[in-house]
Design a protein around this ligand. Structure first.
Ligand code: FES
Ligand code: FES
Length: 207
């Protein structure tokens, strides 16, 4: 019995010793860490991005911009140049509402940094009609075929459709659907959009 009590008391004692020793070690380590972080140099504050100068041509007009280097073409057009025709739908490259042409190629302006476009030619929906207000054949065809309902996707659809015809990707209905598949329409005006593109394609050829 005596030896069993002794054994219990020893094991309790040794557990206490172990716990106390662990606590003291942990506290010492924490104190050391606190002291070392107190002695460390303060974290550097990130430098603000200085404006990056860029000259781009939009609808035939040169624009001298000085914007944060992270500015997208879409934000530059809408917030700094004042052309709000290009729409911000998803802002993630998934809906096509922001489509514009850069040097005659379709681009998603929400995914394009304006700083990468030095000296390039950008065409937006505002640049398709003529100076006297005559609509581009594609704009007219969208009206003629009721190819929109709410209209939010329409500027991107029209710019994309013009490029689609210019690229030679509007030979058949299936081609049009395939090459316009990056432009989503929540109102599901797709059949009318295909009809509009076919009408405009003929007019664009005549022109
Ligand atoms: Fe650019 Fe949706 S806003 S793809
Ligand atoms: Fe409404 Fe296309 S017309 S989203």
């Amino acid at each position: 019995m005596a030896s069993s009590k002794e054994g219990t008391s020893k094991s309790v004692w040794s557990r206490r010793n172990f716990l106390v020793t662990s606590m003291v070690s942990t506290m010492s380590a924490t104190t050391l860490l606190d002291q070392s972080s107190a002695n460390a140099a303060p974290a550097a504050t990130p430098e603000p991005h200085s404006p990056h100068p860029t000259i781009i041509n939009v609808n035939g007009q040169p624009y001298h911009l000085a914007l944060d280097i992270r500015t997208t073409l879409l934000d530059a057009l809408r917030d700094h140049i004042g052309l709000t025709g290009s729409k911000k739908g998803c802002d993630h490259g998934q809906c096509g509402a922001c489509t514009v042409m850069v040097n005659d190629r379709r681009v998603l302006s929400c995914l394009t940094l304006v700083a990468t476009l030095e000296g390039r030619n950008v065409i937006t929906i505002e640049g398709l009609s003529q100076a006297d207000g005559t609509l581009h054949p594609m704009q007219q065809a969208f009206i003629d075929h009721d190819a929109f309902q709410c209209g939010y996707c329409t500027p991107g659809q029209i710019v994309s459709a013009v490029a689609c015809v210019k690229e030679g990707h509007a030979a058949t209905d299936a081609d049009i659907r395939e090459y316009m598949s990056g432009n989503l329409c929540r109102c599901a005006a797709y059949p009318n959009i295909v009809d509009a593109i076919k009408q405009a394609k003929a007019k664009m050829k005549e022109a």
